[in-house]
Write a protein that binds this ligand. Structure first.
Ligand SMILES: Nc1ncnc2c1ncn2[C@@H]1O[C@H](COP(=O)(O)OP(=O)(O)OP(=O)(O)O)[C@@H](O)[C@H]1O
Ligand SMILES: [Mg+2]
Length: 589
């Protein structure tokens, strides 16, 4: 069914600075938007217009039909386009309490699909014309490449795709990915996105339909980086490079949209930027495409708002013909691709030194931990502190007795010696009761406390290190178990598909055998018919030959009779001339 790109415009509320300094130049009426600013004027209508007071829910309802039909194998895409600071990220992601489109999609999606579907999620950002995995590469160190596959279309090798089993899984992945997005504070927004972000949700059926095919649809959810005026005094190289790349990609997107709008254009410059190449399948017409153009209401951005409206209006004229994506379970290429994927996952597991090793390591660490804990029994911090306190109290008593002030925190060896000497003499002078042997030598007490403290500290540090190591290993194991889950799922699908292929091959062979049997029978029947006909013909020939022989014999006999008659005639009239004989006698051949 032919449709056009569905376009909505969303005007955000003014922020406090704009309220103080700038006029409002935008008016929304039903589904049309008007910008009037001194000599500038534009009015355009769209499928939907959301004013500054519109809620996230209302905006979500506009794109909700895409999710309603996501299990039918029809791919879709949502693009948020607009000037920097106009509200794209707010619309696509939002914040807790006011979540935007992407988090809402997950809760809606799991109400629509049954357990016969697998949901995969990946998140990428295009930063300065390089593609990065947002769920893996927080430091932007491993740029990825784009490839094209006859079955799976455009894809990114080595991009991690996570299996999402609940809305919560989806939300936690989105939040994780968002923390890796390149953002910067600009004049218009303190958290301006400096990369184009694409979230991809793939919905695959695991149960073939009546035609034996599996449906597969992809949702591309794109929060673009906002265009920005590059100013002469923008001397920071990095921000300048970012802005140039953002504007270049948006410019290519504009060229693609205008080329598609003109319909008869032979060349559409998809490959001129990574962004448009990644969005190629969504833009070229086989998907359902929604565009949300965001606007700032204030006069300071009226020129940019006008160009956004022109872009959105051009997009509205692009016609689409969304197709159902189905893959035959018996498709060799699909099986090859899945086998490749399984091999890749298995390799990953091997790189991670395989799970068994990790389990072994974790077990060893746990054992070590237990041993340390047992050892800690002797050096129980509580006990030591208690002992420390007791000693301090005893020392204090001694100090009171000797009348000396002594700071226990930093014990100076000389000071302590002096103190002990004084204490000894005081003891002798006062002739008081001697203290218990354990209390006698303060140096020994201090050394003992210190050595115990040090030993405990060492053990506590070791314990922490071991604990941290265990945490890391546990994270690794979590990742591996996630990989295993995915692998299991893929293996299940593969087994299922193999089974179907086997069945299909068996059926094919059976029908071939049947055909051969029929052919053989037909040939045998034909041969029989042929030989019967031949026998009949031979018989006919034989009969004809017999008839001819008979005729020949009769002819021979007739000739002989004739000869005899001639002979008799000649005998009776010898005057008949040879010439006369020639005339009257019939010619015998
Ligand atoms: N509809 C809205 N309601 C309330 N606040 C909004 C709305 N739209 C945007 N904002 C606020 O405006 C600010 C800028 O919005 P946002 O970051 O979404 O802009 P952006 O278009 O993504 O900009 P950039 O292209 O620079 O990334 C944010 O603080 C955001 O919370
Ligand atoms: Mg943004």
């Amino acid at each position: 069914m032919e449709t056009s790109v569905q376009v909505a415009v969303r005007v955000r509320p003014k922020n406090s600075r704009e309220t103080m300094l700038y006029e409002n130049v935008i008016t929304c009426e039903n589904d049309s938007v008007k910008i009037i600013d001194s000599e500038k004027f534009i009015e355009k209508s769209f499928h939907k217009v959301f004013g500054p007071e519109s809620s996230q829910e209302e905006v979500y309802n506009f794109i909700a039909p895409l999710v309603d039909s996501c299990d039918k194998g029809i791919s879709s895409a949502i693009l948020a386009y607009g000037q920097t600071g106009s509200g794209k990220t707010h619309t696509m992601f939002g914040q807790p309490q006011v979540y935007g489109i992407i988090p809402r999609i997950f809760s809606h999606l799991f109400q629509v699909i049954s357990s016969d579907y697998t949901v995969l999620f990946s998140m990428i950002q295009v930063y300065t014309e390089q593609i990065y995995d947002m769920l893996q590469d927080s430091k932007l160190v491993s740029p990825l490449t784009i490839r094209q596959d006859p079955i799976f279309g455009i894809y990114i090798p080595n991009l991690t795709e996570y299996v999402v089993q609940s809305p919560e899984d989806g939300l936690s992945l989105i939040l994780k990915g968002e923390t890796n997005r390149v953002i910067r504070s600009t004049k218009l927004s303190s958290t301006s996105s400096r990369s184009h972000m694409i979230c991809q949700i793939t919905i695959e059926s695991t149960r073939p339909n009546e035609k034996g095919n599996l449906s597969r649809s992809k949702m591309q959810l794109c929060d673009l980086a906002g265009s920005e005026r590059i100013e002469k005094n923008q001397i920071n190289n990095e921000t300048m490079k970012e802005a140039i790349n953002i504007n270049k990609a948006l410019c290519t997107l504009g060229s693609v949209i205008y080329a598609l709008k003109r319909k008869n254009m032979k060349y559409v410059p998809y490959r001129d930027s990574k962004l448009t190449y990644l969005l190629k399948e969504s833009l070229e017409g086989n998907t359902r495409l929604y565009l949300i153009a965001t606007l700032s209401p204030s006069s300071i951005q009226s020129s940019e708002s006008i160009s956004t409206l022109r872009f959105a209006s051009a997009a509205k004229e692009i016609s689409l013909n969304a197709k159902v994506n189905e893959i035959s379970v018996a498709d060799n290429k699909l099986i090859q691709r899945l086998q490749k994927e399984i091999k890749y996952l298995k390799d990953c597991m091997r790189v991670n030194k395989n799970t068994e090793n990790l389990h072994q390591k974790l077990w060893e660490l746990q054992q070590e931990n237990d041993r340390l804990k047992e050892g800690m029994g002797d050096f129980d911090m509580g006990k030591i502190l208690e002992e420390n306190n007791k000693m301090k109290i005893q020392l204090k008593k001694i100090m009171e007795m000797t009348g000396n002030n002594f700071d226990f925190g930093e014990i100076d060896r000389d000071e302590l010696d002096k103190f002990c000497d004084r204490f000894q003499s005081a003891q002798t002078n006062r002739n008081s009761t001697p203290l218990a042997s354990s209390d006698l030598n303060s140096k020994q007490i201090e050394v003992r406390i210190r050595s115990k403290n040090n030993s405990v500290e060492r053990r506590v540090t070791n314990f922490h290190r071991t604990f941290e190591q265990q945490e890391k290993d546990r994270e690794m194991i979590d990742r591996i178990s996630l990989n295993q889950k995915r692998l299991r799922k893929i293996e299940q699908i593969e087994q299922f598909r193999e089974l179907r292929v086997k069945e299909a091959v068996e059926k094919y062979e059976q029908s071939k055998q049947l055909e051969m049997d029929v052919l053989k029978k037909t040939e045998a029947a034909k041969e029989k018919q042929f030989s019967e006909m031949n026998i009949k013909k031979l018989r006919e020939i034989e009969n004809a030959r017999k008839v001819m022989e008979k005729a020949e014999m009769e002819k021979e006999r007739a000739l002989q009779d004739l000869m005899r008659i001639r002979q008799r005639k000649q005998d009776r009239s010898p005057l008949v001339s040879a010439a006369t004989q020639q005339i009257f006698l019939p010619k015998i051949n």
